[in-house]
Ligand binder design. Structure first.
Ligand SMILES: Cc1cc2nc3c(=O)[nH]c(=O)nc-3n(C[C@H](O)[C@H](O)[C@H](O)COP(=O)(O)OP(=O)(O)OC[C@H]3O[C@@H](n4cnc5c(N)ncnc54)[C@H](O)[C@@H]3O)c2cc1C
Length: 444
């Protein structure tokens, strides 16, 4: 069997940062990636690496998250960005807005950051890390001096430490239904299909325990049938308009505080529980520029349905109500009452400007999951802990596999992948240095 110091499971943002960090600390590192390319969901991201670096602000915006993990995230982001720049990765300034502090990946484009992730992978290889593609880790066993791993090709390796960075369990139907509830069947996957929860499964089987936030997730409002898009189109199809719009379910009733959350992410969670998972976004002409009308046309073409199954418009709210009743069977009287009282229950955390300007638009929506907030319980060092809070020697997690930093609201998955990846990689390298057993053979 091959032997190395550190194995990293998953070649997304967290795994690449963990591998670089461990190799930079002198460890021999092998990174195993299930698919034929690195990058994970980060490839399809906007590339914005941001969080709230002011800890009181973080606590105010994401009060249910783990305060110790958040302190690590807030403290390390800027150093992490400098570290990326030091590796030679281009980073652009981010526009000043409500999304805290950060930088933007300087290669690729919004929705396709593959060139940035590939460049990062090249730098990681340059540090001596062996990257093995098409190597899905399927089994992890603890040994007296580390861990034994096997992948789906039958390859086996022994390592002193492992970093689980398999990107969360959003792609695994069984795990999402078990942790989020049976209504998770309504969710569209706005992420990498390969992230099926292997890290969580293996970490739990090895003695780990779950973090807070297991029934909660980071997601978005997407047009119905958006699952037919290419992942590079996910970002452009995301409906970031709810704060200035009204969301109703198929009974014609509001069900959520549309303006809640940091990036309207709480609507997807509330929407998942609506009858049939169906819901509808209603806005007026002042916000219609936020509706990707051309993309919705393409979605309808791919689904083989008339555009009116996803998008309706009218010159008046009354006309829109009638169209929604006719085409989508939304009870017209209830819907009209809802539109007339859109400030009432549920409470809106930000007042809605009245919908006055034609054309009035309605979009049939689906709730999409990008990441679960829950995962393996970890220390700020990245070390896995058991249910009693004891460290599990040699086991670390990063990125979406390291759960609990966010819960109830979101503050930057890429920033967490960068910070937790670096911490877990450095901790794994330190564990390998401390090991009484020097690595025997070489996995490379
Ligand atoms: C459309 C979109 C836009 C986004 N925009 C932003 C943004 O602008 N800013 C932001 O902060 N966040 C954004 N995100 C979220 C961000 O991409 C994630 O938070 C981040 O990628 C998580 O990193 P990760 O390394 O944990 O997981 P991933 O990047 O998904 O990587 C996990 C990797 O593990 C691999 N893997 C899974 N199982 C195994 C196994 N058993 N063995 C080996 N490999 C395995 C997968 O193939 C994958 O490559 C966006 C996400 C999407 C989908």
């Amino acid at each position: 069997m091959d032997q190395t110091d550190v194995i990293v499971v998953g070649g997304g943002m967290a795994g690449l940062c963990a591998a670089a960090s461990a190799a930079g600390a002198g460890a021999r590192v092998v990174l195993l990636e299930a698919t034929d390319r690195v990058g994970g969901a980060a490839r399809w991201s906007a590339g914005r690496i941001w969080t709230f670096t002011d800890l009181p602000e973080m606590r105010r915006r994401v009060p249910l998250g783990d305060a110790r993990l958040q302190a690590a995230l807030a403290a390390d982001l800027l150093a992490g960005l400098d570290w990326l720049a030091g590796l030679g990765l281009p980073l652009a300034a981010q526009r000043p807005d409500r999304l805290g502090t950060g930088r933007v990946m300087g290669l690729g484009a919004v929705g396709d950051r593959t060139p940035f992730l590939q460049e990062l992978a090249d730098r990681v290889s340059g540090l001596g890390v062996e990257i093995r593609h098409r190597s899905r880790v399927t089994a992890l066993t603890r040994t007296p001096h580390g861990v034994r791993l096997a992948d789906d090709t039958g390859w086996e390796v022994h390592a002193t430490a492992v970093v689980l960075a398999s990107g969360g369990f959003q792609g695994g139907a069984e795990l999402t239904r078990s942790y989020l509830g049976p209504e998770a069947r309504h969710l569209m996957l706005r992420s990498a299909p390969a992230c099926t929860g292997d890290g969580l499964r293996m970490g739990l089987a090895a003695g780990g325990t779950v973090s807070r936030g297991m029934a909660d997730f980071y997601g978005h409002t997407m047009p119905k049938h958006a699952d037919l898009l290419e992942p590079t189109e996910f970002k452009a199809a995301t409906l970031n308009a709810a704060a200035d719009a009204i969301l109703v379910n198929r009974d014609g009733r509001r069900f959520t505080d549309e303006a809640d959350g940091v990036v309207e992410e709480t609507n997807a969670v509330a929407a998942m529980y609506q009858p049939g998972g169906a819901f509808y976004l209603i806005c007026d002409g002042d916000r219609a520029d936020r509706i990707p009308i051309d993309l919705i046309g393409r979605i309808a073409d791919r689904a083989g349905v008339p555009r009116g199954e996803i998008l309706l418009s009218a010159d008046s709210l009354v006309g829109l109500t009638e169209s929604m009743a006719k085409a989508w069977k939304i009870p017209g009287t209830t819907l009209a009452q809802t539109l007339a009282n859109a400030e009432l229950m549920p409470h809106r955390s930000r007042p809605l400007s009245p919908l006055r300007t034609p054309p009035f638009v309605a979009v049939a929506c689906v709730a999409a999951i990008t990441l679960p907030y829950g995962g393996l319980a970890v220390e700020p060092s990245g070390a896995l802990v058991d249910a009693g809070g004891e460290h599990l020697a040699g086991l670390f997690a990063a990125g979406a596999d390291a759960g609990g930093v966010f819960h109830g609201a979101y503050a930057g998955g890429l920033a967490w992948a960068l910070v937790s990846g670096r911490r877990a990689g450095a901790s794994a390298a330190a564990a390998a240095r401390r090991s009484p057993v020097a690595s025997g053979g070489d996995a490379r």
